[in-house]
Design a protein. Structure first.
Length: 57
């Protein structure tokens, strides 16, 4: 398991879990489909940028 914290929320990721597909949603977001079948999230570019900027160097 991999633990990851963001905004005070800790997420645990199962080994082998990965992004299986990426679908653009207009010009403002991406829909990510994961290897466990989860694909309900739409992730705006602004949110993805915020996550990238918070990653440790």
């Amino acid at each position: 398991m991999i633990a990851w914290a963001h905004g005070g929320v800790e997420l645990t990721v199962a080994p082998g879990l990965h992004v299986a597909a990426i679908e653009p949603i207009g010009n403002y977001a991406l829909r990510l489909s994961f290897s466990d079948g989860h694909d309900r999230g739409i992730y705006p570019w602004s949110y993805l940028r915020e996550l990238a900027e918070r990653q440790p160097a």
